[in-house]
Write a protein that binds this ligand. Sequence first.
Ligand SMILES: Nc1ncnc2c1ncn2[C@@H]1O[C@H](COP(=O)(O)OP(=O)(O)OP(=O)(O)O)[C@@H](O)[C@H]1O
Ligand SMILES: [Mg+2]
Length: 408
Amino acid sequence: MLEIKIYSEKGWEEIEELPWNREVEEWTGYHFIERRKGESRHILYFLRTEKGDIVIKKTSAETAEKEFYTYKKLIAMGIPTIAPIGFVRKVKNEESEGYLLTLYEKDTLPQSHLIKILKNKYYRDLVWNAVIALLVVMHLKGIFWGDPSLDNILIKLYKNKVEALLIDCETVQFYDFLSEAKEKEDLERLFESLFAYSVTEDEASEKIFEERKKYILERYERLKKLLSGELDIEDEKYYKLIKRIDDLFLLGYTIKPTRIAPKLKIIAHPITPRKGWFVQMLEDMLNVSFTPEQAKKIFREILQYRYKLSKAKGEEVKLSDAARDWYNKQFLPAKQIFKKYFPNENPVKIYLEILDHKWFLSEKAGKDVGIEAAAKSYSELYGKEENKPIWQKVMDTFKRLLESNKQR
Ligand SMILES: Nc1ncnc2c1ncn2[C@@H]1O[C@H](COP(=O)(O)OP(=O)(O)OP(=O)(O)O)[C@@H](O)[C@H]1O
Ligand SMILES: [Mg+2]
């Protein structure tokens, strides 16, 4: 006696028509494809259908059903993961088996594979930032993963951002509040897997592993702190929230400003920006194109500028308004000044060098020292001897300009 129970998500009823009375290996006339995947215990089939590629994972009947509902719950809670479309339970003479069906997630690679091929530190950090964000958001929502191995983390590469997706939810547990011990357990499991994938006989590999572990732990704590503290905007004033968003940005995350609503208590998911994201944002807001390196620095500056404007006004200044204001009142005039005094230099380059210098001084001072002080210090340090009088003129002009801005 063969008993088959099939459950399909709305819109995926056709999976009920698949020949479940036979073993998947024996299906004829179906188009199976090869796909790269992480190490796995179970057998997986990748099937091409008219509606898209789907993954069929052979497992126990109980696990298939449990995983199906767990994935659904994770999605409802806003955790990036794969989309379940159905499950099958087969019982044949006392013995049962199950199949879990999910939508094949395109443009993804398991982290276990990525760490082998990513050589550039910038991209490595970016991908790890996405993984850390996934873990922090899960933990803050009381979700214990149980098996965050590098094979179970899918990295999705979008045109201008990177996202980490959870896969394999067999061990996932939901709590109201996740204990520190549970958080640690997940992190330990992650490090175990990272160790297995990256440490070889070569001594240097262990050092690299330790550095990465430290990087992950530090960022995990900082991000958790930034995302978890409650912030009642009514009492605390909007600009404090903006400050928090800016701090997130500096940690390598950004969240869409539109997602912020008054009375919001927890900040939405961080997305991990790729370089192109800032270029795009500035093009949208200012209609001007910068290189990715420039765009990131300028964006950082605009955030800080917006923070100051919002604080002065006592209400949120829209990012696009702040960007335009900054562009017209700070950037363009500065560009004119540099053009005038340094006709042979690229004015944007000088401006950005001063911004970098400002950042360095502000970090040291623990507060924003302002563009004027930065320009002064920069010119004293780096202005060539013969340029000194010119830099003095630059400074005077800057000063006048900023004063006239203040009076407006
Ligand atoms: N929907 C999907 N889209 C893209 N890749 C997938 C999908 N489902 C599975 N994979 C790939 O197949 C691999 C194995 O899947 P999964 O982790 O669910 O099985 P498993 O490791 O055998 O499970 P378990 O750890 O419970 O034994 C994943 O690491 C992933 O690379
Ligand atoms: Mg797995």
